[in-house]
Design a protein around this ligand. Sequence first.
Ligand code: PMV
Length: 321
Amino acid sequence: MSTATAIAHPNIALVKYWGKRDSTLNLPATGSLSMTLDIFPTTTTVSLDEDAAGDILVFNGDERADGPAERVTRFLDIVRELSGSAVAARVETVNTVPSAAGLASSASGFAALAVAAAHAYGLDLDARALSRLARRGSGSASRSIIPGFAIWHAGDSDETSFAEAVDAPDLAMVVAMVEKREKPVSSREAMRRTVLTSPFYPAWVSSTAESLDAAAEACRAGDVERLGRITEVNALRMHALIQSCDPPIRYLSPVSVEIFDRVAALRDAGIGAWATADAGPNVVVLTRPESVTAVTNALEGIAELAVARPGPAAALVTRAG
Ligand code: PMV
C-alpha cells in the first residue's frame, strides 16, 4: 500500500485573486502575489487502498461525507487520471489554521494534498507541475507550493497558470484572528456571484493587473512602502467589489474595520504597517520585522494575534510502499 505524507503552509495575498476565467481549470482572471507563512501548517497523508470502494476523508480526526469529501474526490480524480490509476485513497488531514475563516485553509490544504497525492500515486512532478495541480483544488493553493513570496501567473491554459518564487524585501505579517467560525458564503460562490452581478468587476480586473505589475516591481526594488500601499488598496478594492454583488456579501466585520483604522493610525505615527483581509473578517497586517511589536501593541486585546514570517515550500515528509 503506497502512503505519502506532506506538509504545506497557508499564504496571504498582497495582490488578490478574485474571479475566475475558467472554473473547471481554476484559471484566474488576473495574476496575484502572496507570502507563504511559516505558521498554521496543514499535514496530509494519502494512503492508497486497493480494496476500498471509494475515497475516505478524515479531517481533523472526523470522517467527512459532505462537501469537503466530494472536493477531495474530485481532486483525486485528476491525480488518478494523470497517473493512470483507478485506486481509491484514504486522506487524513490535520489543519492547524482555523478552517474556512478566510485564513487560506484551502490553500495549505490543497497544497499538502497535491504533494502527498502526487507521491502516493507515483507521479514525479516538479514545483511548477505541483503548483498547477494544487491550483485545480483551490486557486490560491498554487501559491502555497512555493516558499516565501510567490507570483501566480494568470496564464490562459492549464500549462501556463502556475506560481513561482519572487525576491521580496524582508517582511513579517501579524495575523489578527477576529472570528474562527466558517464563513457564510464560500469564496467559490462569492467569486461566481461577483463575476455575474458586480458592475465593478471589469474595473477590478484591469486595476488588479496594473497593481500586480507595480507590486512585482516594488518587490524587485525592495520598496516596502510602495508594496504596502498596493497591498492595502488592493484588499479594500476586493472587499468593495464583493460588497457590490447582488445579493451583496460582506466579509469584514466592525472589528475588522477597527483594525484597518488602527493600522492607518500606526502609519500616521510613522510606523510602516498595511492591512489586508481575505474572504473573511480576519485581518493580516504587513510590516517590517522590526515593527512587529508596534503592530501587536496597537492590536492588543482586539483579536487573537499570531506573527508570521516567510515560510517554506510545500514538502514531502514521509513516503512508504
Ligand atoms: O483559493 P480560493 O478559491 O479559496 O480563493 C482565495 C481568495 C482570496 O483568499 C480572498 C484571495 C487570494 O488571492 O488568496
